[in-house]
Design a protein around this ligand. Structure first.
Ligand code: 5GP
Length: 251
């Protein structure tokens, strides 16, 4: 077998480019150095971010695979290319929150850093033009985004991911505050975790650091102009490298 050959660009998102390959069921994902926040109102290019997010995501997907969590990930190709199964992405962002932060504290009378037990699961409609609005049960039904039983399936998988990620990050003194995942269906209708899992999509606080700004090791460093974004991602990478299986090169 040979490595996949990236073909035409199918989709360019804020942080990744998705390419077709010479295999109809496989896609090649190129992780970019671009950083965006506040619905792309704030932009920058951060040298090394793409490489680190690709590697962190690959390590996390390997860890999840070992624990029986289905994902679209198949392996890496080189520094910033990931090979994934082609899936039908559900246009829903699933956010699981263990500690209150971000939009939850802006929209609700909940103080930042309040522990949320049980974790809070929010669904958002994935549409940048609409600002990814929060979905209610009724809106979800109206948009007909999921078939019968699929909401429970999606939520159960997101909660399983939360348990596994909390254990993973917790083992290297990283507090998983919250995260966003996207899910999709494979050609044989299996629900899998897609997209990426990285400091772009997770809030991670360093348990070894007391200061409320210095402990931030995720995209909030960029959102809040705290500096040291790439260094923070590098720290996350260093820690997860110690506890995740080495990413397979897809051949
Ligand atoms: P919040 O709702 O507080 O803005 O975000 C909650 C969590 O989901 C954070 O970890 C945040 O990084 C992630 N998240 C929510 N929406 C997006 C998005 O559109 N893109 C990315 N990369 N992460 C998101």
């Amino acid at each position: 077998m040979t490595a996949v050959i990236p073909g035409p660009l199918l989709h360019e998102g804020k942080a990744k480019r998705v390419h077709a390959t010479d295999h109809p069921d496989l896609l090649a994902v190129d992780f970019k150095d671009d950083a965006t926040a506040f619905n792309a109102e704030k932009r920058a290019s951060l040298a090394g971010k793409g490489l680190m997010n690709c590697r962190i995501s690959a390590l996390v997907f390997e860890y999840l695979k070992d624990r029986g969590v289905p994902t679209h990930y198949l392996g890496v190709q080189n520094d910033h290319w990931m090979v994934v199964r082609s899936v039908r992405i559900i246009p829903i962002e699933v956010v699981v929150r263990n500690i209150a932060a971000g939009s939850l504290c802006r929209q609700m009378p909940i103080a930042p850093a309040t522990p949320l037990e049980p974790p809070l699961l929010d669904l958002y409609y994935k549409d940048d033009g609409l600002g990814d609005p929060l979905l209610t049960e009724a809106r979800l039904e109206r948009l007909n985004l999921l078939g019968p039983g699929q909401r429970q399936q999606l939520e159960a998988l997101a909660m399983q991911v939360n348990r596994e990620l909390r254990a993973l990050f917790g083992s290297v003194d990283l507090e998983l505050v919250d995260f966003k995942i996207e899910l999709g269906f494979t050609s044989d209708n299996r629900l899998v975790v897609a997209d990426e899992i990285s400091p772009d999509t997770c809030r991670l606080w360093d348990r070894r650091v007391g200061d409320v700004n210095d402990r931030i090791l995720d995209k909030d460093r960029f959102r809040q102009d705290l500096g040291g974004v790439v260094e923070a991602y590098g720290e996350v990478l260093k820690r997860v490298e110690g506890v995740c299986p080495e990413p397979q090169v897809y051949r």
